[in-house]
Design a protein. Structure first.
Length: 231
């Protein structure tokens, strides 16, 4: 049976038949959610990417990681197959929870793709509301695709020159400049001046259904806006 066929059964036949009560179920769901978050973060997958790989919906996966949803056996099998682990691995007890996450400079996992080099500066397994990263954008980055997703983003330029396109407007930033924008608007980041740009980016993937952005937050706030239409 293929992944999609299994995923289509995800809303039926939930686990928990022989549990010893709601406390045990809640504990196991919390442990499963943490394990799934760890596996997803280790692979650098977004909820969208995991949804594509499994055929499970993004809201279902989000609630599963939060421990708010009981998975079906079919969903567990699908997730285990997507991560390439055994079902037992998904239910391993998580290690002790540290009150503070420290990412050492020489330990940050560097990832590359689409002309970008980035290193996560925290862990989404504990603090999923803020996702900080150090990002380098190649001046050779190709394409002009605009991106949209729930939440907001804040960037701070460390070196090089950055151009941000948001909702058709262009904003050029120098080292020391910062910008904050609603990432539901079409946007893209590019390097200027024939050299790479290095920056700190903090994303806050707040679902629109859970938070209504104030009017003042719906426009980009940056230093030195320039007029023009995004290419």
């Amino acid at each position: 049976m293929g992944n999609l066929s299994i995923a289509n059964q995800a809303t039926g036949c939930y686990l928990g038949g022989n549990m010893e009560g709601e406390t045990d179920i809640s504990s196991q769901l919390a442990g499963l959610g943490l394990r799934l978050a760890e596996l997803r973060a280790a692979r650098g997958w977004t909820f969208e990417e995991l949804a594509e790989r499994t055929g499970l919906s993004k809201p279902f996966l989000s609630r599963l990681e939060a421990g708010d949803r009981q998975p079906s056996i079919a969903a567990v099998l699908t997730l285990a197959r997507a991560f390439g682990v055994s079902v037992a691995t998904l239910f391993e007890s998580p290690g002790p929870v540290e009150p503070c996450i420290v990412v050492r400079g020489d330990k940050a996992a560097v990832r590359r793709g689409d002309g970008l080099t980035y290193a996560p500066l925290s862990s989404t397994t504990r603090f999923a509301n803020l996702q900080p990263m150090k990002l380098t954008i190649s001046h050779r980055r190709k394409g002009d695709q605009q991106y949209q997703h729930d939440g907001e983003e804040w960037v701070y330029v460390l070196s090089g020159r950055l151009r941000i396109s948001v909702a058709g407007a262009l904003y050029d930033l120098e080292p020391g400049d910062s910008a904050h924008f609603d990432s539901r608007q079409p946007h893209r980041l590019n390097a200027l001046g024939g050299r790479d740009v290095e920056l700190i980016l903090v994303a806050c993937p707040v679902p629109e259904a859970d938070f209504e952005f104030p009017r003042s937050m719906r426009q980009l706030r940056a230093i030195r806006p320039t007029t023009g239409i995004a290419r």
